[in-house]
Design a binder for this molecule. Structure first.
Ligand SMILES: Cc1ncc(COP(=O)(O)O)c(C=O)c1O
Length: 405
């Protein structure tokens, strides 16, 4: 059988995941500093709320709406507008001045999907023909190359560079790539996984100019926007309110409520009116073809989203405590810790005695500490290490102590 070339992936375990599997099979201790599955990180989900919401007779009726049930979209719109208002509280000036009002997310601009990953796929299908290009940030989230393969688009990477204070977008590298032609969209992850950095208002203005010049849309992955530290929170710019360019802001329950298993994501679209309405109409044909979002979760999210603070407060407390421990640890560790402005991750750098991948395997063998080497996230050079801030504090502390040895 000859399979499609787009599925010619390396299917064997890499040496690090193999070493992890073996260690676990042997019953040896593992200090997992990569754990980013919130349902395994000791977060309390009140069962009355999270399971009780499924006891709803309306879920026995199948009456699908391609963009998602209106009531569910209303709940998501209310949630996003409230989140934006909360972030802005305390800001001197609205970072969105000059664009549409921050509370302007309307249910009609929302499309529900089964996950953010599915949202990417639908948007790549909407925007790109086979062989077209999508611009992706590096370093960033490792799923992109698969999403690009599956959707027959060519990934082209632009750089995020640490400028001494923050990971800034290299807009020159975006323009260079745009000049290649056939670039249909620029993807941002804001806050980014793993650097925690978000697009600034100044970067957005320049990006809007580039996107207008080269007819590119913007896809902004905002799944971590509920997890911003003070300072970054007030400055945060959501692309849900970006009207000058066709823009899609992605989010979902996997991070907003730390419930990846519930499979609900959303796309908040914005842009010049005529382009926006055509985009929404075409997107609706794609979602209508799959109708992939299940009805029970759409009803349940109406009860869950107003209670999001129950989960987000626990996660903020966890990542804040682990970040404090990391900050105290870093000066005596030999690692440089990059500033963390948001998200669930921290980035470290050091002159490692071995190439990153070999070093991570060696570290696991000798200390039981499991970390992600930077190349998983396409850092431009060697020596980066990525930690999750979500592990239980005791595991995190023990892991850091072992890492220092
Ligand atoms: C930046 C980013 N986007 C999207 C996702 C996936 O979200 P979903 O579970 O909604 O597909 C993740 C998962 O870790 C992520 O880190």
């Amino acid at each position: 059988m000859k399979f499609a070339r787009r599925t010619d992936w390396e299917l064997t375990d890499n040496p690090l995941s193999l070493a992890l599997k073996q260690r676990r099979e042997q019953g040896l201790p593992v200090f997992d500093l990569t754990e980013s599955n919130p349902t395994r990180a000791g977060i309390e989900y009140p069962p009355d709320l999270f399971l009780g919401a499924f006891n709803n007779k309306e879920s026995l009726l199948y009456a699908p709406e391609p963009a998602g049930l209106l009531k569910a979209r209303q709940a998501v719109a209310a949630y996003l507008n409230a989140a934006q208002a909360r972030r802005q509280a305390g800001a001197n000036t609205s970072p969105l001045a000059g664009t549409t009002q921050p509370d302007a997310i309307m249910p009609g601009n929302l499309t529900l999907t089964a996950s953010t990953s599915e949202a990417y796929s639908f948007l790549f299908r909407l925007l790109a023909d086979p062989g077209d290009r999508i611009l992706l940030p590096a370093p960033s989230y490792p799923l992109f190359s698969y999403l690009a393969d599956i959707n027959d688009v060519e990934p082209v990477y632009y750089n995020l560079r640490f400028d001494g204070k923050r990971w800034a977008m290299d807009l020159d590298s975006i323009e260079q790539a745009a000049r290649l032609g056939k670039v249909k969209a620029v993807v941002l992850v804001s806050p980014n996984n793993p650097t925690g950095s978000s697009i600034s208002l100044d970067e957005l203005k320049q990006l809007n100019a580039l996107c207008t010049r080269y007819a590119m849309a913007i896809i902004s992955d905002e799944v971590f926007s509920d997890y911003l530290f003070a300072g970054a929170r007030e400055q945060y710019v959501s692309l849900a309110a970006n009207s000058p360019v066709l823009s899609f802001a992605l989010g979902g329950l996997s991070k907003a409520l730390a419930l990846p298993q519930m499979k609900l994501g959303w796309i908040a679209a914005n842009g010049p009116a005529d382009i926006l309405s055509t985009a929404l109409a075409r997107l609706e044909v794609i979602t209508d073809t799959f109708l992939s979002v299940n009805t029970p979760v759409q009803h349940a999210c109406i009860e869950w989203l107003p209670q999001a603070a129950l989960i987000q407060d626990q996660i903020m407390a966890r990542i804040t405590a682990n970040l404090e421990a990391l900050r105290a640890w870093a000066p005596r560790s030999g690692f440089e810790l990059y500033p963390v402005a948001g998200g669930w991750y921290a980035v470290l750098k050091a002159d490692l005695p071995l190439p990153e991948d070999e070093w991570a395997v060696e570290l696991l063998h000798t200390t039981g500490v499991y970390v992600h080497p930077g190349f998983y996230f396409d850092f431009a050079s060697e020596g980066y290490v990525v930690l999750s801030l979500l592990p239980l504090p005791e595991t995190f502390r023990l892991g850091l102590n072992a890492l220092i040895k």
